[in-house]
Design a protein around this ligand. Structure first.
Ligand SMILES: [Zn+2]
Length: 346
């Protein structure tokens, strides 16, 4: 079967490998669609010195199940969580499965696998498989990043009438923006660099009231209708937390997600400003992966639009060319999705 590997800087390779064996608690999935993730962009840019399989945002059909598997059957359409909580952990038993953290790694999709989502088949622990019904496989491939967006949205605690600033208009920011709108945000400000291309248009389509180009306007002095905003959804580089502190109303919440490397990971802010404005800075780290059923329901019921986020699709066999082209302009692009069936192409 075909399987793909990446290595920094921006090298992609296709290999022919045997279809993987299925362990007793695992399933074999015929991949239908797989998205390229921002984290894989970082791996491809500089973080992977050796060839590594990739692709954790995928949907497919169960082809085979291991001897112990009961929760899914051959023929089921599934999406796969990147990791889940250990039901026997102290955190889970205390009702905080979200605080399982590294213990979640006992049931993990990422790591130690010969092939991942950018392949014809992949194995996965059956415990991570979540069945779906009516959405498309391409939409299915975006449930994993949508779970990340949903976690950010929940961490922010958006309420009816809040003014919201969405800082960073990548696919996850645009999903969280839609959730804020549906949750009753009064006004939504969407901010990114002016070269974000089509993404600003999408933000408007999803309900943003004003677009702010952060390289053209000093966001710290932006004239927000209420002087500031109540909630910030930040998926831009974490150093922008400092900018966000200047945009807040009293008691506001800055929810952020994002991993920075090296000096970029250190963020400074004026503690007096944060103190006097009673600002909450909250991290959303979507580990273990949660909310897949809620996200499937939001998509299947038509509340959240994932289709508009797809900017490019390509066939499995054209993955190397497809991704090589995509990584040239990630800032202006939306989501790149590999499919294994011609009917699923855009
Ligand atoms: Zn991802």
């Amino acid at each position: 079967m075909l399987s793909h590997y990446l290595k920094a800087p921006f090298q992609f390779e296709q290999r022919e490998i045997p279809i993987p064996e299925v362990g007793p608690d695992d399933v074999l999935i015929k991949v239908k669609a797989c998205g390229f993730c921002g984290h894989e962009m970082i791996q491809a840019s500089y973080a992977s010195e050796d060839w590594t399989p990739f692709g954790h945002e995928f949907s497919g059909v169960i082809e085979k199940i291991g001897a112990n598997v009961k929760n899914v059957a051959v023929g089921d359409k599934v999406v796969v969580e990147t990791s889940t909580f250990n039901p026997l952990s102290d955190a889970a038993r205390n009702g905080r499965v979200d605080l399982d953290g590294p213990a979640a790694k006992i049931i993990d999709y990422i790591g130690g696998r010969e092939s991942m989502g950018f392949a014809e088949y992949t194995t996965a622990p059956a415990a991570l498989c979540v069945k779906f019904d009516s959405m498309s496989f391409v939409e299915g491939s975006m449930i994993e990043p949508m779970g990340v967006a949903y976690d950010l949205f929940k961490v922010a605690g958006i309420e009816l009438g809040d003014d919201v600033l969405v800082l960073g208009l990548g696919p996850i920011g645009l999903m969280a923006l839609q959730m804020a709108k549906k949750a009753g945000a009064r006004k939504i400000y969407a901010a990114d660099l002016s070269n974000c291309g089509h993404r600003a248009e999408l933000a408007k389509q999803f309900g943003a009231d004003e677009i702010i180009f952060t390289d053209k306007v000093d966001i710290r002095n932006y004239e927000f209708a209420r002087g500031g905003v109540d909630k910030v959804l930040l998926t831009a580089p974490p150093r922008l937390i400092e900018d966000a502190t200047y945009c807040m109303n009293l008691g506001g919440v800055i929810a952020f997600l994002g991993i920075a490397y090296g000096p970029a990971a250190t963020v400074s802010f004026d503690s007096n400003l944060v103190h006097h404005k009673k600002i909450h800075i909250r991290a959303s780290d979507a580990v273990p992966a949660l909310y897949f059923p809620a996200c499937i329901d939001l998509v299947e019921s038509g509340m959240i639009d994932l289709k508009s986020l797809v900017s490019t699709t390509f066939m499995l066999e054209d993955t190397v060319a497809g991704l090589t082209e995509f990584v040239k302009n990630p800032q202006t692009a939306g989501k790149a999705i590999m499919v294994t069936d011609k009917d699923l192409l855009l």
